[in-house]
Design a protein around this ligand. Sequence first.
Ligand code: IVH
Length: 691
Amino acid sequence: MTTTTALEAELHVKRAHELPYESARERVEVLVPELIRHNRLYHAEDRAEIDDRTYDLLYRELEILEQRFSDLIRPDSPTLRVGDRPIDELTPFPHRVPMLSLSNSLTEGEFLEFDARVRKLLGSPSPTYHVEPKLDGLACELIYVHGQLEGAGTRGDGETGEDVTHNIRTIRAIPSRLSTTTPPERISVRGEVLFPLEGFHRMNAERLSSGQKAFENPRNAAAGTLRQLDPRIAAARPLTFFAYGIGECDGFDLPQMHDEQLALLASWGLPVNPLNAAAADGEQALTAIRSLGARRNELPYEIDGAVVKVNDIQIQAKLGFVTRSPRWATAFKFPPMRVTTRLENVGFQVGRTGAVTPVAWLAPVRVGGVTVSRATLHNADELERLDLRIGDLVAVERSGDVIPKVILVVPEDGRELRPKVTYPERCPECSTPLTRDADAVATRCPNTVTCPAQIRAAIRHFGSRIAMDIDGLGEKLVDQLVDAGLIRRVSDLYALDLTAVANLERMGPRSAENLLAALETSKSRPLDRALVALGIPQVGETTAKDLARHFGTLDQILSAASTPSALSAVPGIGPIVADAIQKFFSSDANLTEIDCLRARGVQFAPIAPARATSGAVSGKTFVLTGTLPTMSRDQAKALIEAAGGKVSGSVSKKTDYVVAGAEAGSKLDKAQELGVTILDEAGLQTILTSG
Ligand code: IVH
């Protein structure tokens, strides 16, 4: 098969809007298997043939064709995997065959004891083993019936987990159909859902920059994502999966070796970990374990050990179980990446939202292949718990490439004589007395207007890649601009004087011109980027996109921000986020700053609102009459249109719904006469959100 280029794919996307039915049908027949194949090459076989952009374009083309001709949507279409509506609650997911846990071997000696025990029980020479990375994510079971993915659940207590089918369907690595013409009647595939490290760090940076709490580690992030009710959240995160076993299997003769079973799953398109290795005996297994340990830090996901399994399924059965763990397998746990070093000082960092975070300055030390000289101390409570003193010997832990943290203080004689670290009472940058949040976790500098640390962080964020993407506006330059008094708020960026910038140290006329040109370009960034740039608490890239798509323009957002129900009507925006947005846009300082940005040419360039193509509102005609309790007529109209409906001025037989408020007049009478469905504001909200 020839490989598509991005250019070809782009042309196909353009043509897709006009393709006649017959050609569209032929194209869909090519696209669906092609996309399935690329998913598989990328996730299961780690040998992608096309880049992400080309994949996205092929996917987009399919979406367009399916939107135009809905009868062309094939049951195995990759577009069907992304659910479009939240479920009400997570329901129990019973495992027909319990999902067991593994006994641990904490040292090489303990592993050799495991091997000796196995050999003794069998009374024969060593069985062959299969050594696999112990993937540090969330165990899940996938049920395929006649080759089709039917359901998926978490492990839970081993007997019953939670049904997370809606989220599992969004994981590209998991085929919705097994690629075999002779699938088992029913098979349960077990494996681990993982949050890859790169995506994890990207998401955490985004969460922090929008004032949300970061996930502690990739495992929590995977679990938190799978437990979401709204599958669009999982769809926007890069979860992946590796299969490591089979629970039950009906109507199929499985091979008798564990590694052969995994090879079978791989041939059906399920990802199986490429680092799995066969070992002829315990000694070889130990070598394989060590080799996994040595590669631990190079992997794009976290592993916390190695799992060693007896390879022969019949021998596994002979060995059986003790309580909840098999006698034929053990988990060798890698030692945590923990070292000790001296605490040299504690710094207090002021973030963009004013949160003051203590940071340990350490005597540089190697942990898991990297040199560490800073570690987070989280917050005031953590500082209190550790009872830190400068000069203490502290244990520092790194998990994967997450920010290192100080775990404990090593007790030493005379440490109480060292100076105790205390939280400052005033902001280290602007001396404003610090306050503690209502939840009492974060300590904050309340001086959001003139605290230089907050200004610097806000400006850095404004110019960052995910926001206005201002080329050349790096950390150092921001510091210089603020220190020189050239900028005090983000809008000052757009009034910078060329000579003043050129006169800064290390700048010169050329760099100054480049910066001003980059600033000029940034004025036309689309609305969603500009929303991210404003630094609205709780609003990261995804929410900004949701807002921009739903409302289309900044003015619509501003008017919706005064009506909580209008904000909550946006799919993906819950009450906490709606509240944060409302607060942000009700601050005079923020509104003045937005006015100033606009006056200086920032366009908040509108993006076309997404037109829904399905659902209760799409294609329906509405008539609005009377005064609604919380929404203005314009707001109601914008919401209906964003959901794909039309708003008309008069009632006729073609009217689908009349939305009536207080003092509705003749239009309501006419609607009753014609038998048109009448809704109040709550009714409108219901069909908007359900549609
Ligand atoms: S086999 C009876 N293989 O470890 C066999 N488990 O305590 C049970 N895990 O939460 C599982 N990588 O999610 C197996 N290659 C691997 C694994 C693995 C990670 C996790 C699993 C479960 C825990 C078992």
